[in-house]
Design a protein around this ligand. Structure first.
Ligand code: FA5
Length: 362
């Protein structure tokens, strides 16, 4: 059926050789990966010319099929190999062109990436957590969205109480609010850890609906401290204002690396009795008076006191059996004092330059 004009060689031999030669020329002429890919599809794809060769084997006389299959298979292998070789050669040429490109100077120093820094609030918070952990305190975390109950009622501040006006509140729906102070975690902690003496701190972000100035933000950080022990009447050591002050002094000297001048004033908070305000001498101005301390030389930093019996009751603790002290440290203000930051509003401004001096602390 299919012998060539010159003699015995079947016609398909010349046909396969011609196709192979055409493809070899096309592959050699292809000068990018897309052109090569097209040739590959046209030759080896489902409807490709080489694939078509393979399909024709059934139409040949049985005695030619074996030789035909071998020749078509060899053509397919040769085309695949030529495609791969050309692809390698093109990649190599591309690389060489990049290396030859004199506009690229591989001896130039690379540009450096900017290093991040730990925010000073986090640095001081870590220090405080270390100091209190070493004194046996748990470090707890509570939600920023809390209930009116935790934030006020559980702290002996019912809805009619004038003390609610001391902390202007961002109200949410259905008795929820953005906590105005970390004290919102006090009663929850008593339920969680009570029944045994315990010590805990709970640092966090708090929110107040108030106008801002150099020392007031609507969003700032506090650290709450709470210590509960058995009353002497219940055979325990009890807790005292002396112990509270001692813990506060330990904390402040650890933060500032030296003894800090403090003063204690009576302070009113419905959830402590007696209550105090612990102020520290303004380190921004050395006590001379500045915008941070509102010219007074002192900065209100650390309200504290002995836990009110009503709050102990709310926490499921019998005030005849249990006593406690609590403090609510203004962490943002402490950070300002430690690093001489003149305006609290810089703290959460989101300006990356604010953190640059603290890169070394990472
Ligand atoms: C309270 O928030 C009480 N929960 C503290 C407390 C806890 C008292 C436990 C007794 C026992 P006060 O509203 O004073 O108290 O806030 C505590 C501290 O947070 C202040 O001393 C001050 O350092 C800081 N602070 C208060 N308001 C702001 C504000 N707007 N911006 C920055 N810091 C503030």
């Amino acid at each position: 059926m299919s012998t060539s004009a010159e003699g015995n060689a079947p016609a398909w031999q010349a046909e396969i050789a011609a196709l192979q030669a055409t493809l070899a020329a096309a592959i050699a002429a292809a000068d990018d990966a897309a052109a090569l890919r097209q040739i590959e599809v046209d030759a080896l794809g489902k409807k490709g010319s080489v694939t078509a060769l393979m399909k024709r084997v059934g139409a040949l006389p049985p005695d030619e099929r074996r030789a035909y299959g071998a020749a078509a298979g060899q053509a397919r292998g040769a085309v695949s190999a030529a495609l791969a070789a050309r692809s390698d050669a093109l990649a190599q040429a591309r690389l060489q062109a990049e290396l030859d490109d004199r506009s690229f100077d591989e001896t130039l120093v690379g540009s450096s990436t900017r290093r991040g820094a730990v925010h000073p609030l986090s640095l001081v918070r870590r220090d405080i957590e270390d100091v209190f952990s070493s004194m046996g305190f748990h470090v707890l975390d509570y939600p920023e969205v809390d209930s009116e109950f935790s934030n006020f009622e559980a702290l002996n501040i019912p809805s009619w109480h004038p003390a609610r006006d001391m902390q202007d509140t961002f109200w949410l729906d259905a008795g929820h609010l953005l906590r105005t102070h970390t004290s919102a975690g006090q009663v929850r902690t008593m339920h969680r850890l009570g029944g045994e003496p315990f010590r805990a701190i709970f640092p966090g972000r708090v929110f107040r609906y108030e106008s801002t100035d150099a020392s007031h933000e609507h969003t700032f950080h506090q650290v709450e401290g709470l210590m509960i022990d058995r009353a002497p009447a219940a055979g325990g050591p009890g807790v005292s204002v002396g112990h509270l002050l001692d813990a506060m002094r330990t904390l402040l000297s650890a933060i500032f690396g030296e003894a800090v001048q403090v003063r204690l004033r009576p302070g009113y908070f419905p959830f402590v009795e007696p209550g105090f305000e612990l102020d520290i001498a303004c380190r921004n101005c050395g006590g001379a008076g500045c915008s941070v301390c509102k010219q007074s030389g002192w900065l209100e930093l650390l309200p504290c006191g002995l836990v009110h019996p009503n709050v102990l009751r709310m926490g499921g603790l019998d005030p005849d059996q249990w006593q406690g002290w609590a403090f609510g440290l203004g962490l943002s203000r402490l950070v300002m004092m430690r690093y001489g930051i003149g305006d609290i509003r810089l703290m959460l401004s989101g300006d990356a330059r604010f953190c640059e001096p603290f890169v070394a602390g990472c």
